[in-house]
Write a protein that binds this ligand. Structure first.
Ligand SMILES: [Zn+2]
Length: 251
């Protein structure tokens, strides 16, 4: 997600987006022994690396940081970006460093080869920062297209979009559903999703950017993140990074 850039909203783009979402490039049937929650941070701001990680770790949990190597140390609307040393520290603490392209470009608007180069560039930059090659991906702005979904590097076990929904049963691993942990009604919606997921033993993925007492419009209040994790534990969720959650699937 974010920010100064807005994906196209004309009719043709909307139809293409819908068709892309319905095209399952990596169909799977997901089942879990217990409900699962993954907390993911996109871009990501320094506050996610510090405050976000601190809150997760206090609950014995770890998150997934979808990292755009080009955003290291860059100030944006969600605050100052992460610093390169955050990557090795988060990875050493057991958090997952995922891919979010290096350039944070809209992958629906570029040819697939440019996107694949971008993914490789990000992998190399993250390795230099001390992270293993990412095994998960999140599309910037949630935007993608069938050719990108078809040609994702095999090392990615999953790619995440921004369409809300539970991940259980018939699922496209090339465009996992995720709930925003921000915006009007965002936290209410994910709290309700937790209750549904608890009954179905489903996988809920939440995504956000900054974490602070007074976050940006694309970020989450610290106490709301606390409440979400407390509620998830009360409902007997396991809280895992995205790839660890997938590795726990029964089918
Ligand atoms: Zn983003």
């Amino acid at each position: 997600m974010t920010l100064a850039y807005a994906p196209r909203r004309d009719l043709v783009s909307k139809v293409r987006r819908r068709m892309t979402q319905h095209y399952a490039a990596r169909p799977a049937k997901l089942a879990f022994a217990e409900p699962v929650l993954s907390i993911t941070f996109d871009d990501f701001p320094a506050s996610a690396a510090i405050e976000g990680a601190r809150i997760l770790e206090r609950h014995g949990a770890r998150g997934t940081y979808y990292t755009a190597s080009g955003m290291a140390g860059v100030e944006g609307p969600c605050g100052m970006g992460y610093a390169a040393p955050d990557i090795a520290r988060l990875a050493a603490a057991g958090h997952e460093i995922g891919c979010h392209t290096s350039s944070h470009a809209d992958c629906a608007q570029r040819d697939v080869f440019t996107t694949l180069e971008d993914l490789a560039h990000n992998r190399d930059a993250l390795r230099r920062m001390g992270a293993p090659a990412p095994r998960s991906h999140a599309y910037p702005y949630g935007e993608t297209k069938p050719q990108v979904k078809d040609n994702l590097p095999p090392r990615f076990m999953s790619a995440r979009g921004i369409l809300p929904g539970l991940n259980v049963g018939a699922t496209d691993l090339a465009q996992l559903h995720a709930y925003p942990l921000f915006g009007p009604g965002g936290m209410d919606r994910v709290m309700k999703a937790l209750k549904r997921a608890a009954k179905r033993k489903a996988w809920v993925i939440g995504f956000t950017h900054d974490v602070a007492d007074t976050p940006s419009p694309w970020g989450t209040r610290s106490d709301e993140l606390e409440s979400l994790l407390t509620e998830a534990r009360r409902l007997d969720f396991v809280i895992l990074p995205v790839t660890a959650a997938l590795e726990r699937r029964l089918a």
